[in-house]
Design a protein around this ligand. Sequence first.
Ligand SMILES: Nc1nc2c(ncn2[C@@H]2O[C@H](COP(=O)(O)OP(=O)(O)OP(=O)(O)O)[C@@H](O)[C@H]2O)c(=O)[nH]1
Ligand SMILES: [Mg+2]
Length: 613
Amino acid sequence: MPKTRRTDLRNVAIIAHVDHGKTTLVDCLLKSSGQFRDAQLTQDCILDSNDQERERGITILAKNIALSFDGVKVNIIDTPGHADFGGEVERVLQMADGCLVLVDAFEGPRPQTRFVLQKALEVGLRPIVVVNKVDRPDARPQEALSEAFDLFVELGADDATLDFPYIFASGRSGFATHDPTVKTDTIKPLLEMILDKVPGPEIDNDGPLQMMVTSLSYSSFVGRIATGKIVSGSIRPGQQVVLTKADGSLKSERVVSVEVFDKLGRTPVEVGTAGDIVALVGLEKPEIGDTVTDPQNPQPLPRIKVDEPTLSMVFTINSSPLAGQGQGAGKYLTSRHIRDRLTRELEANVALRVEESNVKEAFIVSGRGVLHLSVLIETMRREGYELSVGKPQVIRKKIDDVWHEPFELLVVDVPSTDVGPVMEVVGARRGEMVDMITGTTGMTHLRFSIPARGLIGIRTRMLNATKGEAIIHHQFDCYKPLADEVPHRMNGVLVSQERGKVVAFALAKLQERADLFVAPGQDVYEGMIVGENSRDNDMVVNPIREKKLTNMRASGSDENVILKPPRQMSLEAALEYIEDDEYVEVTPIAIRLRKIGLTEQDRKQQNRAMASV
Ligand SMILES: Nc1nc2c(ncn2[C@@H]2O[C@H](COP(=O)(O)OP(=O)(O)OP(=O)(O)O)[C@@H](O)[C@H]2O)c(=O)[nH]1
Ligand SMILES: [Mg+2]
């Protein structure tokens, strides 16, 4: 069947390492297209539209937008840069016919640049390199460009691909230029390059309908919405189609509505034709990798996979004495609430798995990393859920009768003087060095292969060891046979022996040998963790004990106790901190740490049970 290329359409994905400016650049393209009301464009990163994306300043979900330039429709897919969401990037590249690889003009290519570029080359895309953030005072655009070239070479790009088009830009200042020494006042050169260098989609208009589901979203009104690119044929609302499923079976369904991307949203159309990226509404249970195809002549496309989860956590009800207490406490506390919410999450969070656990009221929730799962926990807490979450555990696999565990590639950049402490931290966690490059700038670039469980909590430790200088990035590498034991937390914790309100007098005594997590006036309960012991053992303490009243006024000093501010932990930090016998208690108003066994007797029993496993 002869294939043709559309000239009225471009499908382009934007890929890069985390924070290299993808979303800012897409914003800039949107603004420059002049197709928006001002009110829509007042914020930065309009595309990072959910709360957590805004607060964390990262993109979590890939997003489609569309604009038109010189009479051509341009579909742009913004992708997340964080390694936990790398699988998402890989999938959405299926919708693109070209991509922009952004490289920070100071940092040059970074580990995730390599990962996403490799994926783009694997699906046969010819990337355009955008050396971005050229407005940075420390920008070194030419070096960044030549480092990008080296990366293409390392990845085995063919000659045609090595001859990649490139351009310099600043998404934040809103311009693109062919000469980094000359600033312009428009992003147009980039749009022109997209029209010029990204091929229109190659299509077969007369072939049978073929569209692969590459992403899913969910609405409680219409259910799952399947997005993908039509490779051949066309599709109309009301049309009868079949979905080719993972097990090879066919499922007959009817499409209710066909929508295309339009600016920041979607609009229904009468027909979607080959080359279009469409969202299909009305399919019952579409899954990633299904081909939506012609019932008369079903032709499945090669199926894409969803990355397997590498990490799991126990989610269970909040069983602490403070559950549901206090102003602003959670509204959803039961295991049924949690189960329903997790089931709903599975509709569109494709890398997530949920299983019932053999422990009552508990679920095993698996995902792509601590960030992937903590985003879900944070979302739930904002929606009014309370829950307890166990220590993140890596998922082991039996391959040829031998237990394997996930290993990651850990990349660390540090000032050369801090290489020693980095090696120590990584070595203690069973990491092995892959290579080390000392640059001319006084920085050393180290790469390690490390068991994924060794990474849990490594960030804090590494930052402490290098006075905050280390820049760390990691991504899944492969499964290898189990490594040796990874050492546990060095310090024990202080466990409250009673329920009540924390008293300054008690803390003053405790802080002599501990780092405290609570402040006077705060509610605590028996079994709650209130601080970190300076030694390696756990200690039961009483943080609510008042000073004994005596007839004699004590002499001076203990009247006004001076307390160190309590250590505050983010949700991620808390998840990385706890050990096997501990939970993080998550409510809309608090994140607390606790022992799973609240009384000493419970804990003894539990330890015995654990020891016997
Ligand atoms: N100097 C400068 N800073 C920029 C530019 N573009 C983005 N930034 C800043 O870089 C940071 C990251 O920008 P984003 O656009 O969120 O980066 P991203 O690539 O979408 O990040 P992820 O989605 O998390 O991978 C923000 O603090 C931006 O303000 C630029 O052109 N120049
Ligand atoms: Mg982004």
